[in-house]
Structures are given as C-alpha cells and as structure tokens.
Design a protein around this ligand. Structure first.
Ligand code: URA
Length: 205
C-alpha cells in the first residue's frame, strides 16, 4: 500500500492518490456509480470537512457538495464567515450509493462495511493535508472519523481529539436540514448549524 514519502511533493502525492482512487475496488459501490468523487481544496487547508457520500449531482459532476446539500452548506459557511475555498471538502464514502426508482436515483445510506472500506482514502487525505481541525458532517462521517457510532447531539459544540492528536468537531449534515418539514424548526436548526461552523472557523484561525 502506498505510503506518502516524507518531504515529497504534497500536490504530486495528492494527484497520485486521486488517480488511484479512480480505480478503487475496495467495496462494490464503484460499479453502479458514474465515477469516484474525491475530496477537493487546498492541501494546506486549516479545516477538512467530511460529508457522507456524493449525491446524484456530485456523482455526475465528479465534485463533492455541488448539489442541494452543497448549496445549503455554501450558504451556511458564508454566513458563518468561513471561506469554503480555503477548506478541504471530502466524503467518508467516495461513490454514490443509490436505488434506481424509475428514472430517479434515490440516495441510499452507506453501510458500516462500505464506510470502513472507504476509510482508507480519508485517512490518506488527512495524512497529506494534516488539517488542524477535521469536521464530521453527520453520523456517517463521525463513524468514519471516530470508528464508532456516535450521537451527534451529544458530541456537537465541543472539540474532540482524534488518534493523531488533532482536533475534531461534529455537527449535523446539511441534508438533515433540507429534510426538516417544519419551517420554524428548520430555521432554528439551520441557525445552530451556522453557529457550529462559526465556532469551528474561529478555532482554525
Ligand atoms: N452529501 C454529502 O455527504 N456529500 C456530498 O458530496 C454531497 C451530498
């Protein structure tokens, strides 16, 4: 397995990693998916965000968080004063998992084995980038980062320490906010999400 050479060119190593990820066969999700959606952003990013998995639009575009959840994420980041372009954005699982219903492809949650198989990639990304702050967006990202099931509501709002000694935060996934039907609750939960992002942004300054 590839090791990143100390003192090597980080960008070259990242490009090689992304190239390698294109052909990933560590789990069966590559087969129905259009392409691998690798992380993106500056390699000296102070914050690395981890989502769940690419959605329908990300699968087609080949880029993370460009669909509805990504647009909400962008808006919340801007309101929190965090520049997305200065952060690295990736996913716990790099292929879109879905169920075909007629013409529509319905998002299907990755299982524990798929998250575990794909952890290899996020670990390599984190080794290369060494972000001072890593953020899990939702339970799947948190499962990947902490290697155990965690309760978002119990873990959000405070820093945690990862195995490598760096700081990790947990907050909700933007898709969770999109799914809230009641306008009042949606507003409140969105404000909490922005608050979390602002607090995280302040830690990474
Ligand atoms: N949801 C995610 O978790 N990641 C994406 O890239 C898009 C939607």
């Amino acid at each position: 397995e590839r090791a990143i050479e100390p003192g090597g060119n980080a960008l070259k190593a990242w490009e090689a990693l992304m190239e390698e990820a294109r052909g990933c066969r560590r789990c069966p999700l590559w087969q129905p998916a259009t392409q691998t959606v690798f992380g993106e952003g500056p390699l000296d990013a102070a914050i690395l965000f981890v989502g769940e998995q690419p959605g329908d639009q990300e699968d087609l575009a080949g880029r993370p968080f460009v669909g509805p959840a990504g647009q909400l994420f962008d808006r919340a980041l801007a309101e929190a004063g965090v520049d997305r372009a200065a952060t690295y954005v990736s996913n716990a699982v790099k292929h879109f998992k879905y169920e075909q219903r007629g013409k529509r492809r319905i998002h299907s949650k990755p299982n524990g084995a798929e998250v575990e198989a794909c952890r290899w990639w996020i670990e390599r990304e984190r080794e290369l980038i060494r972000p001072p702050v890593t953020v899990a967006l939702g339970a799947t990202a948190a499962l990947s980062l902490f290697r155990k099931q965690v309760t978002i509501t119990r873990m959000r709002g405070q820093p945690h320490v990862l195995a490598d000694g760096s700081e990790a935060w947990v907050t909700v996934h933007p898709s969770f906010l999109l799914r809230i039907p009641e306008e009042d609750r949606k507003r409140t939960e969105y404000a909490r999400f922005v608050e979390d992002l602002a607090r995280i942004g302040a830690r990474a300054k």
